[in-house]
Structure formats: structure tokens, C-alpha cells
Ligand binder design. Structure first.
Ligand code: URA
Length: 210
């Protein structure tokens, strides 16, 4: 597993406004999209391409096209949905699948309550969207789910991570072809598993309801 923190003043500025508790939902949603577009630019650096012959108004030339099958973007419901527009703006030809995951409050296990994904993910480059890598539990289960379907190339785009969750994920996915691209690795998790300083509950701040 590899981790990339995107170090750019535009990312730092947008993240600062996202963190501010006084930033209202509409602005939070807009900034999340913009931030994801910037992260996606770095996250897609290794997207698979092939040469393609085209004709300009002047001459024939060789350009670049995505190889088939096209990249698959997988937002994790609910908060990952707020990142989708920012990603598809940059990669409009990507296909989109969905994974709904939640913690069972009794067993504390992560359960998959919804999925809409191709049965066979062999050879697909997959971009998972989940804003907050806190304990790492949801992302670990999502990656396991994708691997079971044959995936072997997964890039996760997150806004923030806690060092604890990132370390756990790294430990479990050492040699796997998984990359995590983020805007910041924060200080720690608090006793309620919120990222500190963080930005609060990303789903609530995006959608305004619990
Ligand atoms: N999920 C969130 O939305 N926020 C956190 O700080 C941790 C998990």
C-alpha cells in the first residue's frame, strides 16, 4: 500500500474552509467537489492509457486514450456520494458503482447494506471515494469486497485520515496494489473515533441531516 498526501496551496486552502464549523452545507458540498477534483488529478496519474491515432485539422498524430475497461469509480455511501461529482468532472467516461457500508452498532462489524458493482472486477482500475479514513474499518471492508470480485488495482481518495486508521490499513494491505490519496493526515482519533482536528461528521456536513 502506498500513501500520497497532496501538498498544494489550493488543497490546503479549501481544506481549511471545510474544517471551519461555520461553513454552511452548500459551501461545504461545493468545496468537497473542488477538493476531490484536485486530489483526483494526482490519483489518476497512473491511469492506464494507450496510444491512439487521431487527425487534427492539420495532420494525423498519435494521442492518448484510456485503455478498456474504463476506470470504475466507487463512492461509499453516504458521505462518498458528496465526492462523486468532483471525480466524474475530471474523468467523465468512468463508470460508477456503489457500495453502502455501515457499522452494526451491536457487533461493531462493518456490514454491506447495498452494492451495485460489476460481478467481475478483474483488470479494472478502481477509484474508491470515502472522505474520512478514521479507524480504517470501512475502507478495509470495501477493499476486501472489491478484491473478492477480482480487483487488484485500487486507489482510495479521502479528504482526511487519522494516523491510527492509516497504520492499520497499511499493516493489513502491505503488499496489495492499493494507493491512498489524501489532503491531510491529521493528529489522531478521539474517544468517539472522530478525526482530530478533522472536520466533524462529513455526511452530516454534506447533507445536513443525521
Ligand atoms: N467519519 C466522519 O464523518 N468524521 C470523522 O471524524 C470520522 C469518521
Amino acid at each position: 500500500m502506498r500513501t500520497l498526501v497532496v501538498d498544494h496551496p489550493l488543497v490546503a486552502h479549501k481544506l481549511t474552509v471545510l474544517r471551519d464549523k461555520n461553513t454552511p452545507s452548500p459551501v461545504f458540498r461545493q468545496l468537497t467537489e473542488e477538493l476531490v477534483t484536485l486530489l483526483a488529478y494526482e490519483a489518476t496519474r497512473e491511469v492506464k492509457t494507450q496510444p491512439v491515432e487521431i487527425e487534427t485539422p492539420v495532420t494525423k498524430t498519435i494521442g492518448t486514450a484510456f485503455t478498456k475497461p474504463t476506470p470504475l469509480v466507487v463512492p461509499i455511501l453516504r458521505a462518498g456520494l458528496g465526492m462523486l461529482e468532483g471525480m466524474t468532472k475530471l474523468v467523465p467516461t468512468a463508470e460508477v458503482g456503489f457500495l453502502g457500508m455501515a457499522r452494526d452498532e451491536e457487533t461493531l462489524d462493518i456490514i454491506t447494506y447495498a452494492e451495485r458493482l460489476p460481478e467481475d472486477l478483474t483488470g479494472r482500475q478502481i477509484f474508491v471515494l470515502d472522505p474520512m479514513l478514521a479507524t480504517g474499518g470501512t475502507l478495509r471492508e470495501a477493499i476486501k469486497f472489491l478484491f473478492k470480485r477480482g480487483a487488484s488495482d485500487v486507489t482510495c481518495i479521502c479528504l482526511l485520515a487519522a494516523p491510527e486508521g492509516l497504520a492499520k490499513l497499511e499493516e493489513e494491505l502491505q503488499d496489495a496494489n492499493v494507493k491512498v490519496v489524501l489532503a491531510s493526515i491529521d493528529e489522531k482519533l478521539n474517544e468517539r473515533s472522530y478525526i482530530v482536528p478533522g472536520l466533524g461528521d462529513a455526511g452530516d456536513r454534506l447533507y445536513g441531516v443525521a
